[in-house]
Write a protein that binds this ligand. Structure first.
Ligand SMILES: [Zn+2]
Length: 257
């Protein structure tokens, strides 16, 4: 499932369409539309000014209005000279003859239109992107919540972009148990979590999200196979928090002080 780093790589791959004018928007899988097709058609004839991202959400900023894209579970984009045919949900043609193909095999993605990023963010209760969020904002969110820290990190209205894998990595690097409540964190622990969440995301981005390139001190390369803890070489454990599987080291990630 794409999280912030994977989505950021997609955003960067779309930068060549800046300055291009949209000639046609074809919707082949109407179930992915998050806005009425009447609205999406308004993008026709407009120029793409920029590609922005907030959390896992991509925005095509048009001369007027925006197109919104969420990859869902397995969505991907192919930018190229030809119209792809398999599992294409939405196909956008530009004035240079190129196509943006939004492929969504499992149909959990979303494609829509909004008047502005600000409006979209308000309607969807999207918190600040973790990479631009101020430390004090996350620290205060964490420390006034009685929910498990893992759940708070996954709550896109608190901070946008962190999914299950990077939440576990951030907690591992910060040496915090996923079931610790936000309110139980000391100020220093909450600040450490903010720092580690950003660090692991930046590091993954630098490695083009290839987990095999991550340092040996990271959980991500071994969590799938439940390898030994990279730090103490003890056995990793898994538990379900908020419906998602959390992998952690019971030895390194203390449940409470
Ligand atoms: Zn350990």
């Amino acid at each position: 499932v794409p999280e912030l780093p994977e989505v950021e790589l997609v955003r960067r791959s779309l930068l060549p369409i800046r300055g291009r004018r949209i000639e046609e928007v074809e919707v082949l899988l109407p179930s992915v539309l998050s806005s009425p097709f009447e609205d999406i058609k308004r993008a026709k004839g407009r120029k793409v000014k920029d590609i922005e991202r907030r959390g896992k959400q991509i925005f095509l900023i048009l001369e007027e209005g925006i197109l919104t894209l969420h990859l869902g579970m397995t969505g991907e984009t192919i930018l190229g000279e030809r119209a792809e045919v398999k599992h294409v949900a939405v196909r956008v043609r530009f004035d240079d003859g190129k196509y943006l193909n939004f492929i969504d095999q499992r149909r959990f993605g979303a494609f829509g239109y909004a008047d502005s990023v600000r409006g979209f963010v308000a309607t969807h209760h999207l918190g600040p992107d973790i990479l631009i969020m101020h430390k004090d904002d996350l620290v205060s969110h964490l420390r006034r919540s009685r929910r498990p820290v893992k759940s708070i990190l996954l709550d896109q209205s608190v901070t946008a972009g962190i999914g299950n894998l990077y939440a576990d990595e951030a907690l591992f690097q910060a040496r915090l148990h996923p079931l610790r409540t936000g309110a139980s964190l000391k100020e220093e622990e909450a600040a450490r979590l903010w720092r580690m969440a950003r660090k692991v995301i930046r590091r993954s981005l630098a490695d083009q999200t290839d987990f095999d390139l991550l340092p040996a001190s990271y959980l991500l390369p071994v969590r799938e196979g439940r390898g030994p803890c990279p730090r103490c070489h003890g056995e990793l454990q898994a538990l379900v928090v908020g419906g998602r599987t959390s992998v952690f080291c019971p030895n390194c990630q203390v449940a409470s002080e």
